[in-house]
Design a protein around this ligand. Structure first.
Ligand code: SAM
Length: 333
């Protein structure tokens, strides 16, 4: 089987699968509170359809699957999906990115089904600020979700925070202190131009350098060597063993080592978060004229085409950069 290698020699090993574009929070940097442009239900891939893509991808060298969304835990059969991926003949590593709200009920079944790691998004330690940022009064539920993930053994639990100027940038140090005390592996992510409103403003972005400077005032940070294709630059905090990560997607892109491919909930393959083009696998998955083996061969061909069309970088810093038409919630973060 051919591997998914692009024209710059990058072998793709990581597939991010969006299980739904729906979410139970309304993070202001992701979608407006009255967002209603959901993907049409009939366009969403069934579980059999998305398993076909995952199986073909694994046959072509994908070794890690990350389930995301929207909010992946809103998909009613998410535990079954994890179990089906874990039961593949060559099972990939399975991770999930979530807001954590449904983890108190699902962390243990997910772990038992084969989930290995979880990233939980939380941008503030302040419940009132959380309500303003997400339009939902659910801060305590996220904390309960993080605890549930820890209790279920999904360790280390990674907590991802986006810092924004004049909104929560003052929380860099308190969040790291809290993370150290609670056993969270904390990572800060630069805000990217992926909001549905198109209001991202570079000058308002809290950069990786800003975050490093704020943390360095209170902690001794030592850069860890090799990060491979991982998006976060990791630092040992106060001599370790705890670490903190900073994901500088905008100010220090790491595209040269990118090994990621994405499948949207409506069956489009994207070779970059910021790609302008998508490759439609849904039509092939639903083509009644295709027999199963031809369908799989065609899906493999489309994955290869998408990978080979990948650009060297996301281009956010180019003068002609255009934000993708889909918001993050409909791509799969
Ligand atoms: N609902 C899940 C969650 O909250 O983690 C998964 C999907 S969410 C789109 C995945 C991640 O993308 C979250 O950590 C969120 O903070 C991040 N995100 C969303 N919009 C972003 C943006 N414009 N810039 C940077 N990160 C963003």
């Amino acid at each position: 089987m051919s591997l998914l290698i692009d024209s710059f020699g990058r072998q793709h090993r990581d597939l991010r699968v969006s299980l739904t574009d729906r979410c139970n929070l309304r993070c202001s940097y992701c979608m407006p509170h009255d967002f209603s442009q959901w993907l049409p239900g009939e366009h969403l891939l069934s579980t059999d359809e998305l398993m076909t893509v995952i199986e073909v991808a694994v046959d072509h060298g994908i070794t890690g699957i990350r389930l995301t969304g929207g909010e992946p835990l809103l998909r009613p059969d998410v535990v079954d999906i994890v179990a089906r991926i874990a039961a593949l003949p060559t099972p990939p590593r399975i991770a999930l990115t979530t807001n954590g709200l449904r983890l108190p009920a699902l962390a243990r079944p997910l772990r038992e089904a084969g989930l290995e790691r979880v990233n939980i998004s939380l941008d503030t330690l302040d419940p009132e600020r959380f309500r303003r940022l997400t339009y939902r009064d659910r801060h305590a539920d996220v904390l309960a979700g993080i605890a549930a993930a820890q209790n279920a053994g999904l360790l280390p639990v990674k907590v991802n925070a986006v810092l924004m100027r004049d909104i929560n940038e003052d929380e860099a140090v308190p969040m790291l202190r809290h993370a150290l005390a609670s056993g969270w592996s904390l990572r800060f992510i630069e805000q990217m131009p992926l909001d549905a409103q198109g209001t991202w403003d570079r000058s308002a972005m809290v950069t990786a350098d800003d975050i490093f400077a704020m943390l360095s005032e209170q902690f001794d940070l030592a850069a860890l060597p090799t990060r491979g294709s991982a998006p976060a630059e990791e630092f040992l905090v106060d001599g370790g063993p705890a670490t903190v990560g900073i994901i500088a997607s905008v100010s220090k892109p790491f595209c040269a080592a990118c090994d990621r491919l994405r499948l949207t909930a409506d069956g489009q393959v994207r070779n970059c978060l910021f790609a302008q083009d998508e490759t439609d696998v849904r039509a092939v998955l639903r083509d009644p004229a295709l027999e199963e083996s031809s369908r799989r061969a065609r899906v493999a061909e489309l994955l290869g085409l998408s990978v080979r069309a990948k650009l060297p970088g996301h281009g956010i810093n180019d003068p002609g950069f255009l934000q993708p038409a889909r918001p993050m919630s409909a791509i799969g973060g």
